[in-house]
Design a protein around this ligand. Structure first.
Ligand code: MD5
Ligand code: FE
Length: 203
């Protein structure tokens, strides 16, 4: 199903379902080469969400700031490549939401264990805000907080479940957003975790 949750934001419930087995295998291969790690913000706080990346660019944070880098700072090697199956899933979802021609070069992979959260923020480290961000949710359900263009705008809450895909474009591209602390649970496929992939055009 295709549901407009705001101007520019399209929720495709279950869109990733048919890709589930391949997605989980791809993530397993990526994590072997570039394990999940808890990065540090410029303010010195360790993130509760663990992250890794695939693609020619990966999102990183440390005391020096937020940025995209072609190299994994832990291994000093390039990030694992973006599998064609992952690129195709993102491009198909974007097209379904009205963004034909989306070609992501970065995929940030977030792992939430029970209690992990992401505070309200904007994604603005990418060069072209005309390109959408495609987000794929797997594993335990999460409460997603979708705010407005000002941090003070009261966020609306959406429950995102295994297989749900959201395309964030247009005026939603720069909205403040976050994820409430993950409730404990046991997902039939992924166990006690939520994994979110965000496909981005970084460069
Ligand atoms: C997540 N990740 O569920 C979310 C999904 C991140 C992040 O926020 O930065 O890793 S991406 C959600 C997103 C992206 C761009 C715009 C908006 C949401 N939005 O307008 O709400 O782990
Ligand atoms: Fe974000």
């Amino acid at each position: 199903s295709r549901e407009a949750i705001a101007e520019g934001a399209v929720l495709l419930r279950g869109f990733a379902g048919p890709f589930e087995v391949e997605l989980i295998a791809d993530i397993g291969g990526i994590v072997e080469q570039a394990p999940f790690r808890h990065m540090v913000t410029p303010g010195g706080h360790q993130m509760s969400v663990a992250m890794t990346n695939c693609g020619s660019a990966g999102w990183v944070t440390d005391r020096a700031g937020y940025r995209y880098d072609g190299v994994d700072p832990e291994s000093r090697k390039p990030w694992p490549s973006m599998r064609p199956s992952l690129h195709a899933l993102a491009a198909q979802a974007a097209a379904e939401a009205g963004f034909a021609g989306f070609s992501p070069d970065a995929c940030l992979i977030n792992r939430y264990q029970p209690g992990a959260r992401m505070s309200l923020h904007q994604d603005k480290d990418e060069r072209d805000f005309g390109a959408p961000i495609v987000s794929v949710s797997l594993g335990l359900p999460a409460i997603f907080l979708f705010g407005g263009l000002q941090r003070s705008d009261k966020p609306r809450r959406f429950r995102l479940e295994h297989g749900d895909v959201v395309v964030w474009g247009g005026p939603a591209r720069l909205a403040f957003h976050g994820v409430a602390p993950l409730a404990d649970g046991d997902h039939a496929v992924l166990g006690r975790q939520r994994i979110n992939l965000t496909f981005r055009k970084a460069r």
